[in-house]
Ligand binder design. Structure first.
Ligand SMILES: Nc1ncnc2c1ncn2[C@@H]1O[C@H](COP(=O)(O)OP(=O)(O)O)[C@@H](O)[C@H]1O
Ligand SMILES: [Mg+2]
Length: 243
């Protein structure tokens, strides 16, 4: 897979909640095949960015291009149809539905053209998350936090994303589980899905990322490869707990 062509291009995106401006004009791009991280502290505007990209929040100004098409004012469900799929912050697993039913919800977002395609996708999701195959008939509410995160990512994958948006998949999980989730995210990317990942967990995210943007109070303040940012003294001080 080539990484030269731009899949997502965001230019000067401004988003407000009422009179409070949360994003002050951010610009970023994701190229086909990349795993890009948007790193920022609590309240920096990461979820706002994701919701604006998904079409759940309107832009006050700026532009979103996806595969060259202007999606700035396109409705959320149509963006899903284009392959812009988000696994939401807080997982959003339906507690009363089984793992299988939760995964199937992803298919309704973007339908398969035939059952063979559906079966192949489902098999792939179960290969990535063998745990979900074991828990297939268990209800979402009885799963651990890590398993719920697997369902959330698996459900997004069932909608066949061209660009997968992940909002803080590590949130609230134990370090060992976080490592496991990040390993699977890398694997999904290695197998051809382009990913935009939002994270507070700098160490894990930067180590596995092609490029990253640092978001501070609604502005992109720095960008570079994961390696460059891991070595940057100011990033170390602010995000890695070392001076
Ligand atoms: N529904 C809302 N109404 C008003 N302000 C909001 C709302 N959601 C988020 N904000 C504000 O927007 C800013 C960015 O929030 P958010 O995007 O959730 O940050 P992050 O995901 O990086 O923690 C914060 O100052 C937050 O208080
Ligand atoms: Mg958030």
């Amino acid at each position: 897979m080539t990484t030269s062509d731009v899949m997502l291009e965001v230019t000067d995106m401004v988003v407000s909640y009422g009179r409070i401006e949360a994003l002050h004009g951010i610009s970023m791009e994701v190229r086909t095949g990349e795993l890009v991280t948007l790193l920022g502290a609590n309240g920096a505007g990461k979820t706002t960015t994701m919701r604006a990209l998904s079409g759940l929040l309107p832009l006050r100004s700026g532009k979103i291009l996806f595969e060259g098409r202007d999606l700035t004012h396109v409705q959320a469900h149509k963006r899903v149809g284009e392959g812009l799929i988000q696994a939401p912050e807080g997982r959003g697993v339906f507690p009363g539905m089984t793992v299988q039913e939760n995964l199937d919800m992803g298919c309704y977002l973007r339908k398969f053209s035939n059952s063979a395609e559906y079966k192949a996708r489902l098999e792939w999701v179960f290969e990535l998350f063998p745990r979900l195959l074991e828990r297939r008939t268990q209800t979402g509410g009885t799963l651990s936090g890590g398993e719920q995160q697997m369902v959330a990512i698996g459900r997004a994958l069932m909608a066949r994303p061209k660009l997968l948006l992940l909002d803080e998949p590590s949130m609230g999980l134990a370090p060992k589980v976080i490592q496991q989730i990040f390993r699977i995210i890398s694997e999904i990317n290695a197998q051809g899905t382009t990913i935009l990942l939002v994270e507070q967990n700098a160490q894990q995210a930067l180590r596995r990322t092609n490029r990253a943007y640092i978001l501070e109070t609604g502005e992109v303040t720095r960008t570079g490869t994961g390696e460059e940012l891991l070595a940057d003294p100011s990033v170390k001080a602010a995000y890695l707990g070392v001076g």
